[in-house]
Design a protein around this ligand. Structure first.
Ligand code: NDP
Length: 252
């Protein structure tokens, strides 16, 4: 799948900020049709207006809470439409906090967005892509998928988040094996610490040491993550950013 010459529509979830917004811009520069999905309508509209003004892309917005069944069904319907040739399943929430104190509502929301929505949208996308003989799906996981610990801190309070990202890796790799030899590419993207709004704890408890680590290390620009993903889209595979091979990520 070559993102620079593809002519179909790309659907990007979590496009209102961070990696998703940068991904949308990266695709818009190739003059594609885009569908931007997230809950914050104002942020989506602002980005859409900027992309229409500054790039050759045609941009739609789809305001939806992927944790809500009705909204997810609407997005799945758009993803299954015959013009869609790229799905970037990027929306995700962290739900950090001590497991024993995690509110059931937060637990349900993290699983719904990070696991159920990503899987449901992949299911909506793939059959039509197979039928039409082209298409790609990018599923955003995390380096946290590979390890219970990363230096310098032992990263407690991320069991649910890390678990959902482990699911994304295994789901996507297993699907990639199933789709090998078809014209549909699936990629799992595993960023390390990236400088986005993700680290403002929204609705979750803060993790000891986390804010300090984000402050000290800053995180890489989302542009690096997107560039690595786009460069690897021709082959699928597991893409870890910055530049780690999977065994290196496993070693950390
Ligand atoms: P942001 O918080 O900036 O972006 C998250 C995006 O997901 C936002 O656009 C948000 O939009 C959207 N989103 C969250 N919940 C929902 C929902 N219920 N329905 C629809 N959209 C939703 O963080 P990042 O850009 O960093 O995160 C993007 C992905 O990258 C996530 O999957 C994250 O797990 C992953 N990641 C991030 C890392 C980092 O260090 N930043 C490292 C590794 C992976 P809105 O609030 O408008 O709905």
């Amino acid at each position: 799948f070559d993102p620079s010459t593809a002519t179909g529509t790309a659907v990007v979830t979590g496009a209102s900020s961070g990696i998703g917004a940068v991904y949308a811009r990266g695709l818009a520069e190739h003059g594609r049709r885009l569908v931007l999905v997230a809950r914050r309508a104002g942020r989506l509209e602002d980005l859409a207006a900027r992309l229409r003004a500054e790039t050759p892309a045609a941009v739609e917005t789809l305001t939806a809470d992927l944790g809500r069944e009705e909204d997810l069904a609407r997005v799945a319907e758009r993803v299954a439409a015959p013009d869609v040739d790229l799905l970037v399943n990027n929306a995700g929430i962290n739900g950090y906090g001590p497991f024993a104190r995690t509110e059931p509502e937060l637990l349900a929301r993290v699983l719904a967005v990070n696991v159920v929505a990503l899987t449901t949208l992949t299911r909506a996308a793939v059959p039509g892509m197979l039928e039409r003989g082209r298409g790609a799906v990018v599923n955003v996981a995390s380096l946290l998928a590979f390890a219970g610990s990363l230096p310098p801190d032992p990263l407690p309070h991320r069991a649910v988040y890390g678990g959902t990202k482990g699911y994304v890796v295994t789901f996507t790799r297993t699907l990639a094996a199933e789709l090998a030899g078809t014209p549909v590419t699936v990629q799992v993207l595993c960023p390390g610490l990236t400088a986005t709004e993700f680290h403002l704890t929204r609705g979750a408890e803060s993790v000891p040491g986390h804010e300090e680590r984000v402050h000290d290390e800053g995180g890489m620009p989302a542009e690096d993550v997107v560039a690595a993903s786009l460069a690897a889209l021709r082959s699928g595979e597991v893409v870890c950013v910055p530049g780690l091979t999977e065994p290196e990520a496993l070693d950390r």
